[in-house]
Design a protein around this ligand. Structure first.
Ligand SMILES: Nc1ncnc2c1ncn2[C@@H]1O[C@H](COP(=O)(O)OP(=O)(O)OP(=O)(O)O)[C@@H](O)[C@H]1O
Length: 219
């Protein structure tokens, strides 16, 4: 579904932070992306989300060579990907419900079409009682689940989650992991960037390990 061939990335005139990455994210697959702080996990997630352009190499997303795409063609591809940012990026002036509904509003859906889906998903992530409050009053773990719900509401083919358990206690981290596994079982490919070893030990999944700009894959 997404394929990298000899991809390299540098910021401005700086050193190459990612070097010669070649791998594929297959449909319905589950993988962890790991590596020490500063190894380039967030940068790689941004490349996968097509929000950064590689400085060299080829990225094919959903069968298309991304370097040959017009800027106007990128949003349609991106809509097939859900992303949970490390810092959540919820809009503070919208309720939890409105934040989660936003990706559907953006594509022109009417509230009558999506209301029950949004409510159901919020209940599924355990935010049924919190849907009418604004993000500033949510706890870290609640914000995280709201960001996850927002990423999932469009039923993406690929979910990218950057440190999705970074702000929660171990029992909640396990619950979120079960949610990702369930989602994967329903057909979504999942990439979780994390350096939480305890989390990774709970699933026998592919590990993509970044170190000094290079990627080693443990299948
Ligand atoms: N916008 C940017 N401009 C310049 N350098 C950047 C930028 N973003 C990241 N970098 C550099 O790229 C390298 C990789 O950063 P990145 O955030 O991808 O790592 P990470 O593995 O996600 O780290 P962490 O686990 O701490 O979040 C770092 O050396 C960082 O300083």
């Amino acid at each position: 579904m997404i394929r990298f061939e000899n991809v390299g990335l540098r910021y401005g005139m700086g050193p190459e932070v990612l070097r010669d990455l070649s791998f594929e994210i297959k449909p319905q697959s589950f993988q962890f992306l790991t590596g020490p702080s500063g190894a380039g996990k967030t940068s790689l997630m941004r490349l996968l989300f097509l929000s950064l352009t590689p400085t060299r190499g080829l990225i094919k997303a959903f069968g298309k060579d991304t370097s040959a795409l017009k800027t106007s063609q990128i949003p349609a591809l991106r809509r097939r990907i859900g992303i949970v940012f490390q810092d959540f990026r919820l809009l503070d002036h919208l309720t939890t419900y409105e934040n989660v509904a936003l990706p559907l509003r953006v594509v022109g859906q009417e509230e009558s079409q999506y209301r029950s889906d949004v409510v159901e998903l919020l209940k599924w992530v355990g935010l049924g009682e919190r849907m009418h409050v604004l993000p500033p009053v949510l706890s870290g773990g609640e914000k995280q689940r709201a960001a996850i719900a927002r990423a999932l509401i469009t039923r993406p083919e690929l979910l990218l989650a950057d440190e999705p358990t970074g702000n929660v206690d171990p029992p909640l981290a396990r619950r979120l992991l079960r949610l990702f596994i369930e989602l994967n079982r329903l057909g979504t490919s999942v990439v979780i960037a994390t350096h939480d070893l305890a989390l990774m030990e709970q699933v026998d999944a592919r590990r993509m390990e970044l170190g000094e700009g290079r990627l080693v894959i443990h299948d």
